[in-house]
Design a protein. Sequence first.
Lengths: 155, 213
Amino acid sequence: MRRPLEATNFVRTCPLTPRIDATSFPRMSKIEYLSEYDEIVKTIQIYIDGSKQGKSELMRPAFHPQASFFGYAEEQLAVGTQFLFDWIDRNGPAPKIEPRMVSVDILNSIAVVRLEVAGWSGKLAGSDVCMSDLFTLLKMPGGWKIIQKAFHWHG
Amino acid sequence: MAQQNTPQKTLESWKQIAAYLERSERTVRRWEASEGLPVHRREHEKQDTVFAYKHEIAAWSRLRTKCPGTIPDDEAESFSPGKTAANTYLTEHDAITRTMHCYIAGARAGDGNLMRPAFHPSATISGYCQGVEYTGSIQHVFEWITANGPAPNINPRFARIEIIESIAVVHLEVKGWSGKLAGANAWASDVFTLLKWNGEWKITHKLFHWHDR
């Protein structure tokens, strides 16, 4: 496969420069919908497992290399996935989290998942806190990847 | 074409444009800023003067009446920040809709700068067009929109607006895309993630799927 281009290599013509070559995505049949759904749930489960164990290296494979991260942590705006990964490592294990996928919407090559997580605990989280997450995902040749996590912390 | 530039085919001031549309000058100025009313400028040393072609104004007016995604003027007035909705949820919902209309207005006018206020400065874009992935800074969207030029026939629909306190997701279906880069009558599905930032809703991410035909 051709080496992926960096985002900085974008040119102004027609219309953005592709980052990678990818196969085209034909319209999904119902059977494909189910398998896409299962793949998306698997990706979110990787995030959940990493959160539960407090290990960012476990959740990293669920994220696109250029994923973004947005939300307020104690009134301060937190931006960038590095903030998330550092926070997960510093927070440590949160064995009692109870995640629920409230919605999974698939639009061909893109998807949105709303995740509600109750029972957050740990060194930074405190105890029994709820977090709402909006994940947007992109279908990549290697599977569904989280391209953004936006969160609201119900502190 | 020269015939279209004769005085009787043009409106030579805000006053004349307002009179032609039977609205106030304030309203037509706002329409130019937020809804892509086609107004042109002649550069002068001291101050630019505005003018508009009647046929362009008439075409804009026809499309606007036809497009259900456009807010009627009375409704638009009620969206002004001075007025408050019946409850907090509706206030947030209206504010999000306003942000999205700023994006739509920029897309329709083919002016990337017009839609810039709708976005957070660190916003990003990603998605697929003809099976190829595009990911990067939102700046590329502004450049694409400007290079694409006007897309007067876009027909946007809010398929979903979901608000979770400080974050929100908006699924917008846009049919009737046109322009130098979009081609004719194209269809895009967009998922925007928004953040309430300094009291205003800003788009932090635009995820798109450009439908192949």
